[in-house]
Design a protein around this ligand. Structure first.
Ligand code: COA
Length: 415
């Protein structure tokens, strides 16, 4: 079966996490992703957080599947010429260098557009245009400037960053959508364009509900589903809401059997209004069904802490999986807190290709996260990440370089 992006050729100038996430997705959808790296070192993550000496790190392998690797010194005059040849024959150039690096190499938008007016030039940057646009940015910086850190954690503690890589992988996802959208527009206009995904913007987009809450807070001075209500105080800006749900159906994380020694023996429990009577019956609090303090969603808001304490008395008598099984029978939304160990061993995630085992010539077998987006007509086959420069000769030949030319370019250090 063919793939959705068959025939799309991508020059992948990405490194670290944000850009590579984007091009990995496009490769999984069938694009030919040619990763351009510096000979000798390559993407810095090849050797960061290594668990096996001399083997590309999991950091690198898990972000660069299904790509080809070509080494070009794009600051070498001959290397620049090679890159010009590639630009003329590719569809998309993706990069997440520090601001201005591509220009300093001599590859401004104007120059690229002149070489290939159909080329889409897609960039991840820390910030969009403005006072900080020249700044280098990493994941946690993005979480802090995008509104995630100030709204994550507990009220009595400092701001907290989340383990979900919303700044890097989140922005990579945004960029991938921008690229396929630009490819679609090109089918009508015949022209390429610039695509920019700023990490601050991406994180803020994912924190949209908190900007909603800022305006609710300014209007009413209180947000009744927040744990600060009714006894705490609300500051000027959206406070940290602990494990509150963030939506219209109150939820919280509750202890389950074994919580004393297992840090993940917890369940997320949602007191969804339509199943309130079932919740009361399951936990043995039938008296709450008709009690005016508990009977309606609005009446329950000032009592959420008591309600969750009552429900926790029940969840503490069950393991998180037992609680999940019982609650699901009654359509009560909940979710066990799964550890990475439990996820890695989850058979159903392996069956769907969300967790995949990959073989690598240097490191051997390892687990990775496969394509989270499933297309029925474009199935994903996850293949290993490339070794540094593994495909230089193959790709150069495909782009019209003779064996002698490749030898000469290598001799002068351009590839
Ligand atoms: N040949 C020759 N030079 C190359 C090259 C190649 N194949 N590939 C990269 N380089 C050069 C670049 O031209 C740049 O040189 P310059 O600074 O002299 O212009 C240099 O390598 C390093 O690039 P840079 O992006 O500045 O790397 P860094 O390690 O200093 O910074 C980041 C890393 C992530 C902070 C920075 O790239 C950044 O802010 N990127 C945008 C935001 C982002 O994506 N952040 C999240 C990353 S997960």
């Amino acid at each position: 079966m063919g793939k959705a992006l068959d025939g799309v050729r991508i020059l992948d100038f990405t490194h670290v996490q944000s850009g590579p996430t984007c091009t990995q997705l496009l490769a999984w959808f069938g694009a030919d992703v040619i990763k351009i790296e510096r000979a000798g070192t390559g993407d810095v993550t090849r050797e960061q957080l290594r668990d096996i000496p001399e083997a590309d790190s999991l950091y690198f392998t898990m972000l660069n599947h299904n790509k080809r690797s070509v080494t070009i010194d794009t600051k070498h005059p001959e290397g620049k010429k090679v890159l010009e040849t590639l630009i003329k024959q590719c569809d998309v150039l993706v990069e997440n260098f520090a601001p201005g690096a591509l220009d300093r190499m001599g590859f401004t938008w104007e120059h690229i557009n002149e070489l290939n007016p159909r080329m889409i030039v897609a960039s991840v940057k820390g910030f969009g245009p403005g006072p900080y646009e020249q700044c280098k940015v990493y994941e946690n910086v993005a979480q802090c400037v995008g509104g995630a850190a100030s709204t994550t954690g507990f009220d009595d503690g400092p701001p907290v960053v989340t383990g979900a890589q919303i700044g890097d992988s989140g922005t990579g996802l945004h960029l991938a959508l921008g690229i396929v959208t630009a490819l679609y527009q090109r089918t009508q206009t015949g022209r390429g364009q610039k695509v920019l995904a700023a990490m601050q913007d991406g994180v803020l987009n994912l924190c949209r509900v908190k900007l909603r809450d800022q305006q609710r807070l300014e209007r009413n001075g209180v947000m009744k589903e927040y744990p600060q209500y009714p006894n705490g105080t609300f500051p000027e800006a959206v406070p940290r809401a602990g494990n509150a749900s963030g939506g219209g159906q109150p939820g919280w994380i509750l202890k389950c059997q074994g919580w004393e020694h297992d840090p993940n023996a917890y369940i997320y429990f949602i007191t969804q209004a339509p199943v309130w009577d079932r919740i009361c019956r399951v936990i043995g609090r039938e008296e709450w069904i008709d009690d005016p303090n508990y009977a309606t969603a609005a009446a329950r808001l000032p009592h959420l802490q008591d309600i969750f304490a009552g429900i926790e008395q029940w969840t503490m008598t069950k393991t998180k999986f037992e609680a999940m099984e019982i609650l699901n029978k009654y359509d009560i939304p909940c979710g066990p807190i799964l550890s990475m160990k439990e996820i890695a061993e989850d058979e159903s995630l392996r069956r769907t290709g969300t967790i995949v085992e990959v073989d690598h010539p240097v490191r051997g077998r390892y687990l990775t996260v496969g394509n989270p987006i499933k297309l029925s007509d474009s199935p994903t086959d996850v293949t290993r990440s490339p070794l540094l420069g593994e495909h230089t000769d193959e790709v150069m030949a495909e782009f019209g370089f003779s064996r002698d030319q490749i030898g000469e370019l290598r001799a002068v250090g351009a590839i």
